[in-house]
Design a protein around this ligand. Sequence first.
Ligand SMILES: Nc1nc2c(ncn2[C@@H]2O[C@H](COP(=O)(O)OP(=O)(O)OP(=O)(O)O)[C@@H](O)[C@H]2O)c(=O)[nH]1
Ligand SMILES: [Mg+2]
Ligand SMILES: [Zn+2]
Length: 281
Amino acid sequence: MKGQVVKVISDEFFVKINDEIISCKERGKLRNLKTLPLVGDFVLIDEKKRVIEEILPRKNMIIRPMVANIDQAFVITSFKYPNFSTNLLDKLLVQLEINHIKPVICLTKRDLLTDLEYKKYQSIITYYEKIGYDVVLNTDILKIKKLLKNKVTVFTGQTGAGKSTLLNNLFPELNLKTGEVSLALGRGKHTTRHIEILDIGNIRVLDTPGFSALSFSNYEKKEVRDAFLEFKNYPCPFKDCMHDKETECAVKEAVSRKEILKSRYENYLYLIEDTKYSRRR
Ligand SMILES: Nc1nc2c(ncn2[C@@H]2O[C@H](COP(=O)(O)OP(=O)(O)OP(=O)(O)O)[C@@H](O)[C@H]2O)c(=O)[nH]1
Ligand SMILES: [Mg+2]
Ligand SMILES: [Zn+2]
């Protein structure tokens, strides 16, 4: 029987078949496989033995959070508690771009900013919109519902950013547990403990446990470069320019003209220098 993994708790896999959820222990043949089933995976199961027999080919997967077969990701980013960081935002966007998953930037806790403080973020928000991203506030409920319609959407972001709170505001029937933010640490307390696919009519969302620090697997430097979408608007004299040490570089010129956001470029340099990213061919 074919089904989809909708939740994993330690070694128990919850597989949805039609409208029924069957709990499976992944054993059997899969034991010898390196890949474990992920939430979102389509699998073949032996209903009697309650064992997953096969993972069907994935459309895509990401590692933070570990999920498969998704259409888009809401990158939940708070202005405060935890504090806004373009570095983290760009890291998440890069990961999603590399895996061909459409990001939507969703900003939370606008109410904790004064109008003056919010104004300072306006140019950053406009910039991300200009380079092609949808940017929404977590209070834009109708807009968000429209974006979620007929899609499988993973909610990702730091612990305490407000993923579960937003899901509850969108769909009160979910009644998800939400947590305090530790004022001392300025971050959340890892309230959501497991990844789960939640179905609300034609909308499928995945609530996930937030992270406090973010590391990635290896990416090629060129993959990272190409994930900075706006760089493509600036053709450089060197066809394969890394926009780094090269003397003539249209991207660097655009940064100095303030056409490319300085933080984007700095985060880019940071990411390609990061050893985790610098796997060489
Ligand atoms: N002021 C304010 N507080 C918010 C907002 N959104 C969420 N919060 C608060 O932030 C805290 C953390 O929210 P959660 O929804 O639990 O955060 P989470 O992203 O699900 O966190 P994890 O499950 O740990 O990953 C809660 O106390 C929420 O009430 C917002 O827009 N404004
Ligand atoms: Mg949560
Ligand atoms: Zn260049």
